[in-house]
Ligand binder design. Structure first.
Ligand SMILES: NC(=O)c1ccc[n+]([C@@H]2O[C@H](COP(=O)([O-])OP(=O)(O)OC[C@H]3O[C@@H](n4cnc5c(N)ncnc54)[C@H](O)[C@@H]3O)[C@@H](O)[C@H]2O)c1
Ligand SMILES: [Zn+2]
Length: 678
């Protein structure tokens, strides 16, 4: 059964949420009150539909709504034990649910239920938060909106804030909404359209007022020497710094990174007021939950060398951790949850850009988006007044709120490779594609590197959006191209953890027919190519200091002397020995180096499709399409080997179960006695 109240609410939420000027990603919530026939009594029952906990307004669906009985929800007012115990009301919402209740009710449910209006929007627009965080926000609200918008002093979201807003609306019957100090806006209406109009009016009026009355340079003038570097230089410096910064940001927990060098960020970092404003931190609860109380800002000019920048970043990181511990120590009470990690989530490098971090790519990206929201908020507040975010004590009460902790505890257990960044060469086809697919399915961020950019990007797109995988062009035989691909990796995901040397090709020829060019090509792509990739990646892995994995897709032919295969098999043997050599050399950094020896992987393999299969089939006198089965019959297990079997081996080698294994080769060949390792 469709309910027009719900339809209108979803449509309005999607419209409001799809414009970032109206609210940050997954920020804010909307609601509608209406009736439905109660299946138990056959009578109409008054209900509240409200966006549930989590989820984004722009993509909200009916399943994302919590559905509560309005009479029961409002009856909570009579049992409300007071602000000291307001958190207990969240559990009480479960006793107000209608039917199965839909999504879990969020902390903002009280605001929506208690306000006497059929339709309510609570949003986090940059323009509205700018007014909300201005030192004289209350006076500004009156000046900008007259009596149409009321001021609600800062209070942590919860039942009491809902009561406050309901009371303010009662006392200001002419008001269409309110500015919530330090936080955001709430607007209402008798119809869905009216609520939406009122929300947009507050947002646009605030923005227009800032544009018209704001100072021209809210962040002060430009700090000489802190201007943005030219793009190429900027990106190169960002790539050179990224692994070290990710390592610092991952001191307590491994983090994935996101890099932004948009004008908003670069202009802020070039400004005179950046150091003082960055120190004040963000204000809207949504913002600082994702960005931490404050960012870490490098205090060196744009042209500081990479070495000097790294040395200073390490000092500042120590300082940041000490400050964070002091913040925890100053505000924690005996029943506060344990400290969650003292590393910054936002690292700002003047002239270069912003690095943001999270447990996965989406979280890292959104943290960066939220800091951009915070920059916009600071600009608006400083344009009209002085930026005055909520106090550290209040930030702590949100960051270490029991309800926030409960939300974190409810998060699903991460997959085995979550937070890891994989770089797979030759991943546009066959075995490499299967490896990339498996690692992405296990939660890794994946870089699909191959000769042809379009093919690499097409495979990446099959794996998911750019939070999951990206495609890069790289000829592994070309050192500059390899370095560029590793740079692209650290800029896309913050660093690199897991490298698979898989790119390859095969020319099967007897000795007398093997040309020097054949020999060079085989060795350039496989022996030299994997050497170059391992070298460029190892530099980043060592700078990160987070351990890592290097996996070589060698071959049965690295140990087995097959016929007519001098160039291919010799270079495979070279790759296999690189595994052992690098296992020894990189072990001290916690980097494990292992290999896989596949054999007879016909299905999906470009090597077999492009002539080698026909050649092998002719050599053995079988039809080409039967080659896989033919190989299977030569094996001990008599089972065909497919690319996914090789991918499984890579997954196990790089997963948590083989943490004490390095220098190993795993055969994936259905059993070939002649290729047993000894
Ligand atoms: N298929 C098998 O039976 C088998 C057996 C043992 C080992 N291997 C090894 O597995 C790896 C993958 O083989 P496959 O069967 O999936 O082959 P494939 O041809 O399907 O995939 C190889 C990929 O490597 C890419 N590539 C080639 N040269 C490159 C270069 N210079 N730089 C970057 N990328 C390059 C190709 O474009 C292709 O996408 C190879 O190293 C191969 O030697 C395969
Ligand atoms: Zn809010």
């Amino acid at each position: 059964m469709t309910n027009t109240t719900v339809e209108q609410l979803i449509a309005r939420s999607n419209r409001l949420g799809s414009n970032p000027a109206n609210t940050n990603y997954a920020g804010g919530n909307t609601s509608a009150k209406g009736t439905e026939i109660d299946p138990v009594t056959g009578e109409p029952v008054e209900l509240l539909w409200v966006k549930g906990s989590g989820g984004d307004l722009g993509t909200l669906k009916p399943e994302g709504l919590a559905v509560l009985r309005l009479d029961r929800m409002r009856a909570l007012v009579d049992v409300y034990p007071g602000v000291e115990r307001e958190d207990e009301m969240v559990a009480a919402f479960d006793y107000c649910l209608h039917g199965k209740g839909g999504a879990a009710p969020s902390i903002d449910t009280a605001m929506h239920g208690l306000v006497e209006a059929a339709h309510v929007d609570h949003l986090h627009p940059d323009s509205g938060i700018a007014i909300a965080t201005a030192a004289d926000g209350e006076e500004l609200t009156a000046k900008i909106f007259g009596d149409k918008v009321a001021w609600v002093p800062w209070r942590r979201p919860g039942f009491q804030l809902g009561l406050d807003i309901a009371e303010i609306k009662r006392r200001n019957p002419q008001a269409v909404g309110c500015i919530l100090g330090g936080h955001g806006i709430t607007a209402w209406g008798d119809t869905s359209d009216e609520a939406e109009r009122n929300s947009l009016w507050i947002i646009e009026t605030a923005a227009a007022y800032i544009a018209e009355h704001g100072k021209p340079e809210p962040f002060g003038g430009v700090r000489a020497g802190f201007e943005p570097l030219p793009e190429t230089e900027r990106r190169a410096k960002a790539a050179a710094l990224a692994p070290t910064i990710r390592g610092l940001a991952s001191t307590d927990k491994p983090m994935v990174g996101h890099f932004t060098d948009s004008d908003v960020v670069l202009d802020f970092l070039a400004s005179e007021k950046a150091p003082a404003l960055a120190e004040l931190g963000t204000s809207c609860p949504d913002h600082f939950l994702r960005t931490k109380v404050k960012p870490m800002l490098l205090d060196l000019p744009a042209d500081a060398s990479v070495e000097d920048s790294i040395a200073r970043l390490k000092e500042l990181h120590e300082q940041y951790r000490a400050d964070y511990r002091a913040y925890y120590g100053a505000h924690a009470t005996p029943d506060s949850p344990a400290m969650r990690g003292a590393d910054p989530l936002i690292v700002l490098v003047p002239g270069v850009g912003m690095f943001s971090y999270g447990a996965n790519k989406q979280t890292a990206r959104v943290a960066g988006e939220f800091y951009v929201n915070a920059i916009n908020v600071m600009r608006g507040a400083e344009a009209l007044s002085t930026y005055a975010p909520v106090s550290d004590a209040e930030k702590f009460r949100i960051e270490y709120w029991a309800l926030e902790e409960a939300k974190l505890q409810r998060m699903p257990k991460p997959k085995s490779h979550q937070g890891r960044i994989a770089f797979v060469t030759g991943a546009a086809s066959g075995i490499g594609k299967a490896i990339a697919t498996r690692l992405a399915a296990e939660g890794a961020c994946v870089v699909v590197a191959d000769l042809d950019l379009e093919k690499a990007q097409a495979v990446a797109a099959e794996l998911g959006n750019t939070d999951v995988a990206i495609g890069v062009a790289a000829n592994v035989a070309d050192p500059a191209a390899v370095q560029a691909a590793i740079d692209a990796t650290v800029l896309a995901f913050g660093g690199v953890d897991l490298v698979v040397n898989n790119a390859g090709l095969s020319l099967s020829k007897p000795l007398l027919e093997t040309t020097e060019a054949d020999w060079d090509l085989q060795h350039d792509v496989m022996a030299k190519g994997s050497f170059l990739v391992s070298k460029a990646a190892a530099k980043a892995l060592i700078e990160q200091g987070m351990g890592g994995d290097v996996v070589y897709i060698s071959s049965k032919n690295s140990v087995f002397a097959g016929p007519n295969n001098i160039a291919y098999s010799a270079t495979k043997a070279d790759q296999a020995h690189q595994v052992r050599l690098l296992a020894v050399e990189l072990g001290e950094y916690g980097i494990r180096v292992n290999g896989v020896n596949p054999d007879g992987v016909v299905r999906g393999s470009g090597i077999f499709a492009s002539g080698w299969g026909a050649n092998r089939a002719a050599t053995y006198g079988v039809p080409e399409e039967k080659l896989g089965e033919f190989y299977a019959q030569r094996t001990i297990l008599k089972r065909e080997v497919v690319p996914e079997n090789v991918a499984d081996a890579v997954y196990v080698l790089t997963g948590p179960e083989l943490s004490r294994t390095t220098g190993l080769h795993v055969p994936v060949d259905s059993g070939v006695a002649a290729a047993f390792l000894r």
